[in-house]
Design a protein around this ligand. Structure first.
Ligand SMILES: *[C@@H]1O[C@H](CO)[C@@H](O)[C@H](O)[C@H]1NC(C)=O
Length: 363
C-alpha cells in the first residue's frame, strides 16, 4: 500500500488567492492557523498524543489511521463503542465486500431512536480484513459536518463487528438522479452541488484527500441533502468497480481522476477538485456516465489532447464554465473548494445567473 499523500490544501488555497491575499485576509489568517495546526499535529503524531484537536485555533487536522502502530487504538480514539443491545437491525439493504449492509434503528439511552445503516463484518475474517473494515470508521469518526456521512459508532467488543452510520433514505446520488431524470429545478441541482462542495471544503480544510469523489460515492437523505461517503482510500478503490489498474499499478477510477493523479499518482485536493467537476457534470446530466461509452484509454488520450466534456443538456453556461475551471490541466490553476463554494453561493443568491443555458449540447 502506498502511503496516502499528505495534502496541504490551504497552502494551495493561499497560492490561488495570491494576488487577492490582502482582500481575503480572513482566508490568509485561516491558512496560517492551518499551517500552525499542521505543525502542531505533526508534533503530536511524533509524541504519540493523538487527540486530533488543536485547542488554540479550533481547526482539526485529519489523522491517518495508518500512522498508528496499533490500528485498534485509532478506532478507539475516533469511534464511539456502541452497546449492540441499542441496535435494532431491520432489513438487509446491500452486500459489501466485508459482509451485509443493513438498515435499522439506533436507540441510545436518553436519546430518540434514529434510522441507521449498519455495515457488518462477516465471520471468518482475518485480522487484516478486520483492520481494513474498521479503518473507514476511524476516518469517518474524525469528521463532523452536515455534508459528510456521520458515524454513529462501532461495535468491536462483540460479534458481529459493526459500523453504524446515519441512514440515507435516497441512497447513492448517481442512481437517485437516474431514476428522477428531469424532475428537479436547476436551483435544486445546484443546491445538491453546494452541499457536496461544503463537505469537500471541510475535508480539504482538514487535510484529507478523498481520491474517489464520484456521484456513486455521494449519499442523499430524505431532504435531498447530499453527503460525501466512502472513506478508506485503497480499500474503497479495491471495491469500486469503476477503478481500473493503470500502468503504474495503482487502481484508479479513470473517468473521475485528474491526469496528474492517473499519470504519476499525484493525488491532492486539486485532483479532488477535478473529480468534483466530473460530479457536477454527473449531477447536471442526471447521472449520465462521464465520457459515455468511450474506453478508459480513449478518455486519457482525449483529455491529454485538450478535450473536455461538453455542457449537459439544460446546463447553465456558468456551471459548465466552473466545470472547465476544475478541469484545467495545471492543478495549480484549478480553483480550491472554498472558491467553488463561494461561486455556487453567488449563483444561488442571484438565480438569474442560471438562466443562460449552454447551447452546446452536442453529444
Ligand atoms: C460538530 O459541529 C457542530 C457545529 O457545526 C458543533 O456544534 C458540535 O459541537 C460539533 N460536535 C462535535 C462532537 O465536535
Amino acid at each position: 500500500r502506498t502511503a496516502p499523500t499528505q495534502p496541504q490544501p490551504n497552502q494551495v488555497c493561499c497560492h490561488h488567492f495570491g494576488q487577492c491575499c490582502l482582500v481575503f485576509c480572513g482566508v490568509l489568517h485561516r491558512c496560517q492557523g492551518y499551517i500552525k495546526a499542521r505543525m502542531k499535529s505533526e508534533e503530536k503524531r511524533r509524541t504519540r498524543f493523538h487527540s486530533g484537536h488543536v485547542p488554540f485555533s479550533g481547526i482539526k487536522t485529519y489523522v491517518d489511521p495508518d500512522t498508528y502502530e496499533d490500528p485498534t487504538q485509532a478506532v478507539e480514539e475516533f469511534a464511539k463503542e456502541i452497546d449492540p443491545s441499542y441496535i435494532c437491525i431491520e432489513r438487509v439493504i446491500g452486500a459489501g465486500e466485508f459482509g451485509e449492509v443493513c438498515s435499522g434503528r439506533l436507540r441510545l439511552p436518553g436519546r430518540m431512536d434514529i434510522p441507521v445503516a449498519i455495515k457488518t463484518l462477516k465471520g471468518g475474517y482475518s485480522e487484516q480484513q478486520r483492520r481494513d473494515f474498521l479503518r473507514e470508521a476511524s476516518i469517518m469518526g474524525q469528521f463532523n459536518c452536515t455534508n459528510i456521512i456521520r458515524l454513529e459508532g462501532v461495535v468491536t467488543n462483540s460479534r458481529p463487528v459493526m459500523i453504524v452510520v446515519e441512514y440515507m433514505e435516497n441512497g447513492a446520488l448517481d442512481s437517485f438522479l437516474r431514476t428522477r431524470d428531469g424532475q428537479f429545478t436547476v436551483l435544486q441541482l445546484v443546491g445538491m452541488l453546494r452541499g457536496i462542495a461544503v463537505g469537500m471544503t471541510y475535508l480539504s480544510d482538514m487535510g484529507y484527500v478523498h481520491r474517489d469523489l464520484a456521484a456513486r460515492n455521494i449519499l442523499v437523505d430524505k431532504s435531498l441533502v447530499c453527503k460525501v461517503s466512502d472513506f478508506g482510500m485503497s480499500r474503497v478503490l479495491e471495491e469500486d468497480t469503476e477503478a481500473a489498474y493503470t500502468a503504474t499499478g495503482g487502481k484508479i477510477p479513470i473517468r473521475w481522476t485528474a491526469p496528474e493523479a492517473i499519470a504519476y499518482g499525484k493525488f491532492s485536493t486539486a485532483s479532488d477538485v477535478w473529480s468534483y467537476g466530473i460530479v457536477m457534470w454527473e449531477v447536471m446530466s442526471y447521472g449520465e456516465r462521464p465520457y459515455w461509452e468511450m474506453s478508459n484509454q480513449d478518455v486519457i488520450l482525449s483529455i491529454e489532447e485538450g478535450y473536455r466534456l461538453p455542457a449537459p443538456m439544460g446546463c447553465p453556461v456558468t456551471l459548465h464554465q466552473l466545470m472547465l475551471h476544475c478541469w484545467q490541466k495545471d492543478a495549480g490553476q484549478r480553483p480550491c473548494f472554498t472558491d467553488v463554494l463561494s461561486f455556487l453561493d453567488k449563483l444561488i443568491i442571484s438565480p438569474g445567473s442560471l438562466l443562460t443555458l449552454a447551447t452546446d449540447t452536442q453529444r
